[in-house]
Ligand binder design. Structure first.
Ligand SMILES: NC(=O)c1ccc[n+]([C@@H]2O[C@H](COP(=O)([O-])OP(=O)(O)OC[C@H]3O[C@@H](n4cnc5c(N)ncnc54)[C@H](O)[C@@H]3O)[C@@H](O)[C@H]2O)c1
Ligand SMILES: O=C(O)[C@H](O)COP(=O)(O)O
Length: 592
């Protein structure tokens, strides 16, 4: 048996309970679950039930124009509120009534929007590629999934880039305006040819297409073999800007690409370079571009995107005679808009149903086949987390948790992010009023100062099942049930999946076997006859159904732990009577 360990340090958002009906996605079993939040003053636990059991439909705010086919898909599942051109204040007011929102690039989904949602907003869908208008950190902190539509407008954007490139080279827009103004200036609008020129594509993603030119590309993250396969040479940033006759920008706006074309970099370019930007305005320092145009370093620019959209009317850049502009039209073809509408509607509806999104931007993407296999272990993981934390004595601050996954699979063959998120959910939800899901699990753990380390226990044997067992250990705490402390001093629970059903198989050093359904009573006593009967008859008198019973002992007539699964919660009186059975040294009732 070999083991390797890695630890991640995590820390809590100020707990916020939704003030009304809210959706929690994605959840343990992959089902969508609705969480009915009680008023803040209530001490009762929120109740959860399957989406499909609900008569209330979720509400989706469509904040920018979306293709009809996408709207139809949404309407089959949700109440759809199409409200365009909302002011930031109007958006913040409306959002508390919405479970999901769909935007394009024209809506800022700021931290205030997530804060104003009161926890109800669970999915933001971006009907397009760029998610720079969505505050991803705030979305994650509020447990809100962000999905985009990364493929459907790619061709449209590439086509627009080519349109701008050729139109710029041949002064189409300027010449058009001149003819319409009654002039005939054939000498003024002599263009440049593209043939034989070098085009530098900055950002070798989906939008990059060749034009029969000598194409070089710069992309720090693109695989060189993919570029080579289509005859494109990947070069450094400096080489790209220094050798290009045309530079076409296709990278996302990130802290690293913000104003990447600036005074310093314009100075490195070939005099007379021409620039096309269908990516994001913010990747160019627009003041520097005006200077470079005036100085003749940049002969022409064709811009579809701007730092501020729409740009100010008196923008020197827009008004520059060597600049061709379009109003962010890259994705605006009939076909692309129908495509993104369907892509984003499917992603948003899927996320509201609790399916894991293939285009999630701020949560792990788990392929459907992996999810199907892991499903019972996902339930096991959450329940082990719930059990472990309820075994901690009040006043012991939980800080350090070790999770061990025992599997015969190769370490790379088991993605534990989903399991870790569900253990975190199980650990945190019983002791707080924070709702934890796959999106915010790591963040929430980090905020609460939980250190969760993960360890793989590599087993010999058949790797048919993804996991043999999961162990959760909490170190440096006292337990309400001393027998749950293992030989090495941690609270320890271990579970396995049997016939698709999660079972608790170890508590401290004691082997037990009880299915993790309903609730559990753990009793510790010196092994002796009649104990199961005594506890069983107290529960039976009250009509509490016992689903499972199991005794784990060190040796006959020595210390033992009895685990009893019950379908319903016994009354306080019954629990008191169990505690009064003379042979029982300690007992604990644990809710699953
Ligand atoms: N004008 C429009 O209407 C329109 C339409 C679609 C896409 N876009 C924008 O175009 C851009 C590209 O879209 P895409 O679909 O090709 O995205 P993509 O994610 O497929 O490609 C982006 C590429 O940029 C690369 N990149 C990241 N940082 C870089 C850096 N510092 N230097 C160079 N390359 C870097 C990435 O590795 C990736 O390969 C995005 O900004 C997107 O928002 C605009
Ligand atoms: O990133 C994108 O997908 C494009 O910029 C398109 O933006 P739009 O949906 O606002 O046209």
């Amino acid at each position: 048996m070999a083991a390797s360990a890695s630890s991640r340090i995590f820390t809590s958002p100020s707990p916020k309970k939704p003030s009304s009906l809210s959706w929690t996605v994605p959840l343990s079993s992959g089902f969508g679950v609705a969480t009915v939040a009680l008023p803040r003053s209530s001490n009762r636990q929120p109740r959860r039930f399957l989406v499909f059991a609900m008569d209330a439909r979720p509400t989706v705010l469509v904040a920018e124009k979306l293709g009809e086919a996408g709207l139809e898909l949404l309407k089959d599942f949700a109440n759809v509120d199409c409200s365009y051109n909302l002011s930031p204040e109007e958006l913040c007011t409306k959002i508390s009534l919405c479970d999901a929102m769909i935007v394009r690039s024209g809506t800022k989904v700021s931290r205030e929007v997530f804060e104003s949602s009161g926890g109800r907003l669970k999915v933001v869908g971006r009907a397009g590629v760029g998610i720079d208008n969505v505050d991803l950190a705030a979305a994650t902190e509020h447990g809100c999934l962000v999905v985009n539509a990364p493929t459907a407008n790619t061709v449209a954007a590439a086509e627009h880039g080519i349109a701008l490139l050729t139109a710029m080279a041949r002064n189409v827009a300027q010449a058009d305006a001149s003819v319409k103004a009654g002039k005939w200036q054939r000498n003024k609008y002599v263009g440049v040819s593209l043939v034989g020129k070098t085009l530098a594509v900055m950002g070798f993603g989906k939008a990059c297409q060749g034009l029969g030119m000598h194409v070089i590309a710069h992309d720090p993250y693109a695989p060189a073999d993919r570029a080579r396969a289509i005859g494109v040479e990947l070069v450094s940033f400096d080489e790209a800007i220094a050798t290009a006759d045309f530079i076409s920008l296709h990278m996302p706006l990130t802290p690293a690409t913000s104003k990447i074309l600036n005074d310093e970099n314009f100075a490195k370019m070939k005099k007379g370079v021409r620039i096309v930007n269908v990516a994001r305005g913010g990747v160019i320092d627009e003041e520097a571009l005006v200077k470079a145009l005036d100085a003749g370093i940049v002969a022409q620019a064709a811009l579809d995107v701007f730092t501020q959209e729409p740009p100010p009317k008196d923008s020197k850049l827009v008004q520059h005679e060597n600049v061709t502009v379009t109003p962010h039209l890259g994705a605006s073809t009939m076909e692309a808009q129908e495509g993104v509408a369907i892509e984003i509607a499917e992603a948003v509806v899927g996320a509201l149903k609790g399916e894991l999104a293939a285009t999630a931007v701020n949560a792990p993407m788990v392929p459907a086949e992996v999810l199907a296999e892991l499903k019972p272990f996902v339930v096991l993981a959450e329940k082990l987390g719930r059990l472990a934390v309820q075994l901690v004595a009040g006043g012991s601050g939980v800080k350090s948790i070790k999770v061990s996954y025992a599997s015969a699979r190769a370490p790379d063959d088991l993605d534990t992010r989903l399991l870790r998120a569900m253990i975190t959910k199980g650990l945190i939800e019983p002791i707080s009023n924070v709702f934890v899901n796959l999106v915010n699990a790591d963040f929430t753990a980090k905020q609460r100062g939980l250190r969760i380390s993960e360890e793989r226990i590599v087993l010999d044997g058949s790797p048919e099942s993804p996991l043999e067992f999961i162990q959760v250990q909490i170190a440096n705490v006292e337990s309400r049930f001393a027998s749950a402390i293992s030989g090495s001093g941690e609270i320890k629970v271990e579970g396995r999946v049997k016939d698709g059903i999660p079972h608790l198989t170890k508590v401290g050093s004691f082997e037990v076997d009880v299915s993790l359904e309903g609730s559990i009573i753990l009793c510790s006593q010196v092994d002796q006859p009649g104990m199961i009967g005594k506890v069983g008859s107290i529960l039976g008198e009250e009509g509490v159904n016992v689903s499972f019973m199991s005794v784990g002992r060190i040796a006959p007539r020595k210390q033992a732990v009895m685990a009893i699964g019950v379908d319903d919660q016994p009354s306080k009186d019954s629990l008191k009577r169990i505690g009064e059975i003379p042979a029982i040294e300690e007992f604990v009732f644990l809710k699953l």
